[in-house]
Design a protein around this ligand. Sequence first.
Ligand code: BGC
Length: 389
Amino acid sequence: MDKKFIQFPKDFLWGASISAWQAEGNNYNSDFEKYFKAGKAANHYEMYEQDFDILQKLNLNAFRTSIEWSRIEPEEGKFNEKEIEHYRKYFSSLRKRGIKIFATLWHFSNPLWIEKIGGWENSKTIFYFKRFAEKMCFEFSDFVDFWITLNEPVVYVSKGDVFGEWPPFKKNFLLGISVISRMLYTHRIIYNHLKKCNYKVPIGISENLAYIKPKNKYNILDWFAFYFADYFYNRYFFSRIGGRMDFLGVNYYFSADISFPNKYDQIGEKESDLGWKIHPKGLYYVLKYVKKFNLPVYITENGVADKEDKIREWYIKEHLFWAHRAMQEGVNLKGYIHWALIDNIEFKDGKNARFGLVEVDYENNFKRKIRDSAYFYSKIVKEGGFYYP
Ligand code: BGC
């Protein structure tokens, strides 16, 4: 097959992502810290300048992170000015480097005082989160280029309320439905309030979308199981957002075959260190799926746990190929933000899951080492595309 240059638009955003609790360290007022213990994590809180130097060195022009609610508001109603000042310096350092900022207001972890009142099971959390979001909008709208209200609420609820793996460790499907509808209601409220606070900054939400299909397309029961999974995993979310988004953040990791009653088998060619199968073409299907919303789309996460950096280069290239194909077919994709910039703490899997373009040596003062795949990605960014296959 002839090689073809896969060209991306000039104004395409190329970035990398992290989240606060997973990377910063010392987030002792967060419920996730209580259960998963990140400790110093990747020490990004102290080393962010160095990490931003790396972003720049890699030619990246976008960065996504979250603002840690438990850091800013460690006690109900008491906003910590020192931490606000920290994020002000942090964001202005990105600004000075000409890097576009995607700031997520909530990426799974809650302040301990929120956990105490029942977390997202309690309707009061809507009010508290709204107050926090407004404060962040007031403090940081001059820096932030894109607001993301919530990260993957469906993943959070299925892990925390349905399968009992994350806080609040419940196994109750009906509870899950009520929590997810509360969270999506919160998104709608926050959208309206952020618009009032600063109408210029686009507001979106990041959702983990999976390409799924019935395992046996001749088996009606598999179709039934597929519809059920598709409804709760993909469609319910959009039905509840009510059009309140200026862009959509797509996080893509999986594709799966669904069989009756509720079994799913990941599909894909290769496996990550965590045993997740990788199916780059699934990204194409997912992007085609969201085309109907007629919105700008950013891939706000896509990446692989690969400590030895054996497949990351392949992973990036294949996913970008399929993303590009979707763009050619009319999907308004405006950027790709790789997960993650640096190795960080992967909840239950802790330090073992190495998603970073940059390796973190946890034993040796958190020393950063840029992986080869990062240079490969950087070359794509610099040249605005790559030859394929
Ligand atoms: C989450 C990240 C996580 C990544 C890899 C995403 O679903 O937003 O926080 O590290 O997946 O598992």
